[in-house]
Design a protein around this ligand. Structure first.
Ligand SMILES: *Cc1c(COP(=O)(O)O)cnc(C)c1O
Length: 430
């Protein structure tokens, strides 16, 4: 396991040291912890808005029309969705619950694309009733079900077929989605047949072809490979008389957690859009669905050191955040930087950061050189995406508070969950 040395906080434009003191924008990490307790997720509003604007600017500079759809599953807190809605973004959702969140945050249903491999009839009905712009369909059975639900609702569902382009995005197996062995998407042969079948169905209208090949992807090549396969398919389908309005390239652009060097939105989009133009598809809409790269490096998780514990084999820092609060390390062996809220002088020891949850998988970081004392506050960087959204109540732990910082101001956007809330709807036996 490699040691990550402290810091220069790569990739975190609005998290920095002012002398020994860690700040998110102009707010010290310790003042947030004092006001709201720990563990707490803290987001920089400026960082979220700048990340979104980098996409908007890359889109505006292009001759191809680009539709921006934030992937809600990366961070679905209402205040985060509200920021993106105000910037004019649409949303990529994977459940009826996410759709309700988007609407509650002021999002526009007409800019919502509904992805996901297992939509229920109720979710389809809700999405039709509010008028989402497109369903990204992942199987023949789903298409048939959607046609039935739309018929019952007296509507026509706009549909994109999500194809599985069978490209290896070179990412962690749990977050790759574009291999033919993954559950996602429709094979290219089947997609052509299905596209032609839609013409015979009364309540679905084929408007797009979609692909999403994975997450935390740090090179453009897999996207170019996928795009070429999608465009081959579009040519094939259109030769047989159907018409495709938009091509959805999905999300998945990576961020810098430790030493990755992902392309910027501009470096990512430019070659893809150039390929669209050179292959004669410059007049189609391109849809993109970034999630992680909008919010990932805009958030940190603050956690306090409860105990330092040394065994013959290891030094452990037992902290008050666990795998229920941030599961990425346990789930994907993800590495995120950990930095102190106040830097201390002294000799660093190599610590494993572990939480209070009763599982050996309950770790946040391994072999990190830190100068630590009990009670010290730490920040787990790059926690804005797939952090709070994956938090659970395992061990009857309430989920963390969430705070949005802008300049010198802080807003509590979700209070810490209480234990009473956890069992409020439970019933004792008579
Ligand atoms: C998860 C997901 C995204 C977003 O992926 P990121 O890696 O967070 O950018 C976009 N589209 C679909 C269909 C997804 O499942």
């Amino acid at each position: 396991m490699k040691t990550i040395t402290l810091p220069n906080l790569p990739g975190h434009p609005h998290v920095a040291y002012n002398g020994p003191t860690l700040q998110i924008e102009q707010v010290t990490a310790s003042s947030v912890a004092e006001a709201f307790g720990t563990p707490t997720y803290v987001y920089s509003r400026t960082a979220i808005e700048e990340a979104a604007q980098r996409y908007s600017q890359a889109a505006a500079a292009s001759p191809v029309h680009v539709a921006l759809r934030y992937a809600v599953k990366a961070n679905s807190t209402l205040a985060v969705l509200q920021l993106l809605a105000r910037l004019g973004w649409g949303f990529d959702i994977v459940s009826g619950g996410e759709l309700k969140r988007v609407l509650a945050a002021g999002g526009d249903a007409a800019k919502v694309v509904f992805s996901g491999v297992g939509k229920t009839a109720e979710e389809m009905r809700l999405a039709l009733d509010v008028g989402v712009e497109c369903f990204n369909v992942e199987s023949p059975s789903e298409l048939a079900a959607l046609d039935r639900v739309a018929q019952a609702a007296g509507k026509v569902a706009r549909v994109a077929l999500r194809v599985n382009p069978d490209v290896d995005a070179g990412t962690h197996p749990y977050i790759s989605t574009g291999l033919k062995t993954n559950k996602f998407g429709i094979s290219q042969d089947q997609a052509t047949r299905l596209a032609l079948q839609t013409a015979q169905m009364g309540h679905v209208k084929l408007v797009g072809i979609a692909s999403h090949i994975g997450s935390q992807i740090t090179t453009v090549e897999p996207y170019l490979d996928a795009l070429d396969k999608v465009l081959d398919l579009v040519e094939d389908i259109e030769r047989r008389g159907a018409k495709i309005e938009h091509i959805d390239l999905g999300g998945g652009l990576g961020i810098r957690y430790t030493d990755e060097t992902p392309p910027t939105p501009q470096q990512w989009l430019q070659p893809l859009l150039a390929r669209m133009v050179s292959r004669g598809f410059g007049h189609r809409t391109v849809m993109i669905e970034p999630g992680r790269s909008i919010v990932g490096n805009a958030g940190v998780l603050l956690t306090r050191t409860l105990f330092l514990k040394s065994t013959p084999a290891k030094h452990f820092a037992v902290v008050d955040a666990g795998m229920n609060d941030l599961i990425r390390p346990a789930l994907y062996a993800a590495e995120q930087m950990v930095v102190p809220a106040e830097r201390r002088e002294g000799n660093a020891l190599k610590y494993d950061l572990v939480g209070p949850v009763c599982e050996s998988a309950d770790w946040l970081a391994r072999d990190r050189a830190l100068v630590l004392e009990e009670g010290d506050l730490l920040a787990v960087l790059s926690s804005g995406a797939y952090g709070m959204v994956m938090a659970s109540n395992y061990n009857s732990r309430g989920r963390p508070a969430e705070v949005m910082v802008e300049g010198a101001s802080t807003t509590l956007i979700r209070p810490r969950e209480t234990v009473e809330q956890l069992y409020a709807s439970e019933r004792l036996l008579p």
